[in-house]
Design a protein around this ligand. Structure first.
Ligand code: NAD
Length: 469
């Protein structure tokens, strides 16, 4: 672990499993209470000087970006080992950490002048909060950590980051790599089994919890935050609908939807998770999706040519297997895939399901895996109503030959983002978040930066005779 700039070994360790083999291949420290205390105190101690020098922070973020970039191959291989995604995607995720750091290093944040007239000048400052907890899931542990670390540090906060116990290693290694790029205590990296996240979040010195994970855990984080009146950002689950209009090109649309649904074998919060297709296009679209599913090369992500890896962990494989089995038992048809792969590792075939209904759990819940239900619709209004009939509202998309029509329909969808003719297109400059149970607050862009600040209004009275008249 990296605590106050030092490398700290835990006495207690836990195993990290390679999902491609199902075997442990490394171990990580299970952070004891004393080390957690040291990490939070280090973040507290380093806060004042870190918050004071913005030009230095910007340079340090740019240096951190370069350091990570230089180690992208090594970090990517480690990420594949612990997470399962194919190496090029893992390297891409690592490089996204650099991209996010650079974006926030380069972002200009001039003082906002709210009023300027004879009577007064009113400025809005954004103050950092203090030590921040960044808690991340196992599906994209590096990329999602830097959605938090980059804006938090840029705003002047210090951070204690805690990755998922399924995928702690790459984040730990990044902490080590950045130990001489950032001042001691500014970025602390700890790892451990639950309830380490809960302990970190509820520590009284932590002023904000930035959490990405399941809706169930997010609720607990919100309760812990309420107790200490901490700021909180929650990026939670999704059940993204894709709505395909009758004028869409089935081949192009199938390629886009399949890519967004099956990248990282569906373990992405904003993957397409259910598809509503105009009935006239239904058979063509299903056919094209099935062709794509058959062309996948499943395997160990470190092997060249592998396009899709295993699921990250056994509980997730069991969940996806259970949801597919349940759908089939209720009358769904397996158009492609349909079951886990026999042998070592947590592999499941990319699966396309037809004859599904909205009330089946594979449609109504978040599957977070490589099983995609495809449903026909006859009336567009009905399709939008079905898409919106969910506790979730993270991403969504509309696919059509007429982008204007798509944009107009997109406005009716209840979600944080609705893409037209693409899905899962994420950039550091665009706000990302969910409505309803998909979250609270946003990440990325200037809005994501503001979430790591409190507003401070500076009111200058320019006509002293008017002090109270
Ligand atoms: P999870 O909720 O089980 O765990 C997420 C993290 O929280 C882990 O680090 C875990 O150790 C920690 N944690 C667990 N209980 C906690 C508590 N009470 N207090 C503080 N921390 C706690 O989620 P997961 O299974 O790792 O990730 C999958 C889920 O994450 C899916 O639902 C997915 O949709 C969601 N997700 C959302 C986004 C988004 O941006 N909206 C992105 C990726 C994943």
């Amino acid at each position: 672990m990296t605590i106050a700039g030092e490398q700290v070994r835990g006495r207690e360790l836990f195993a990290v499993i390679d999902p491609a083999t199902g075997e442990p291949f490394a171990s990580a420290p299970d952070c004891p209470d004393l080390a957690l205390e040291s990490a939070v105190r280090a973040a507290e101690t380093s806060f004042v000087s870190w918050a004071a020098d913005e030009p230095y922070r910007r340079r340090a973020l740019a240096d951190a970006a370069s350091r990570i970039e230089a180690a992208a191959q090594e970090l990517g291989a480690l990420l594949t080992r612990e997470q399962g995604k194919p190496l090029p995607e893992a390297v891409g995720e690592v490089l996204s950490a650099s991209e996010w750091l650079r974006y926030y290093a380069d972002l200009d944040t001039p003082v906002e002048v709210l009023q300027q007239h004879e009577q007064a000048r009113v400025e809005l400052l954004r103050r950092p909060l203090g030590p921040v907890a960044a808690i991340t899931p196992w599906n994209a542990p590096v990329g999602l950590a830097f959605w938090k670390i980059a804006p938090a540090l840029r705003a002047g906060n210090t951070v204690v980051v805690k990755p998922s116990p399924y995928t702690p290693l790459t984040t730990l290694r990044i902490g080590e790599l950045l130990a001489d790029v950032l001042p001691p205590g500014v970025l602390n990296v700890i790892s451990g089994l639950d309830p380490l996240g809960a302990k970190l979040g509820s520590h009284p010195a932590i002023r904000k919890i930035s959490f990405t994970g399941s809706t169930a855990s997010g609720r607990k984080v919100a309760v812990a935050a309420a107790e200490g009146l901490k700021r909180v950002t929650l990026e939670l689950g999704g059940n993204d609908p894709a709505i395909v209009l009758e004028d869409a090109d089935p081949e192009v649309t199938a390629a886009g939807i399949f890519g967004s649904a099956m990248t990282n074998v569906g373990q992405i919060c904003v993957a397409v998770k259910r598809v509503y297709v105009a009935r006239r296009l239904y058979d063509d679209l299903v056919g094209a999706l099935v062709e794509r599913a058959k062309s996948v090369r499943l395997g160990n992500g470190l092997e060249e040519g592998v396009t899709h890896g295993p699921l990250n962990n056994k509980p997730q494989l069991d969940r996806v297997t259970g949801l597919v089995g349940d759908a089939v038992s209720r009358g769904a048809t397996v158009a492609a895939g349909g079951h886990p792969v026999e042998g070592p590792g947590y592999f499941h075939l990319p699966t396309i399901l037809t004859d599904v209904t909205d009330d089946m759990p594979i449609v109504a819940e978040e599957q977070f895996g490589p099983a995609l239900p495809v449903l026909p619709f006859d009336d567009l209004g009905e399709a939008v109503a079905r898409a919106n009939d969910s506790h979730f509202g993270l991403g969504s998309s509309v696919w059509t030959g007429d982008p204007e029509r798509g944009a107009s329909l997109a406005r009716e969808v209840a979600a944080g983002t609705t893409w037209v003719n693409c899905h899962l297109y994420l950039q550091p400059s665009l706000p990302f978040g969910g409505v309803k149970w998909s979250g609270l607050g946003v990440e990325n862009g200037v809005w994501g930066l503001h979430e790591f600040t409190d507003m401070h209004v500076i009111y200058q009275n320019l006509a002293p005779g008017n002090a109270w008249s």
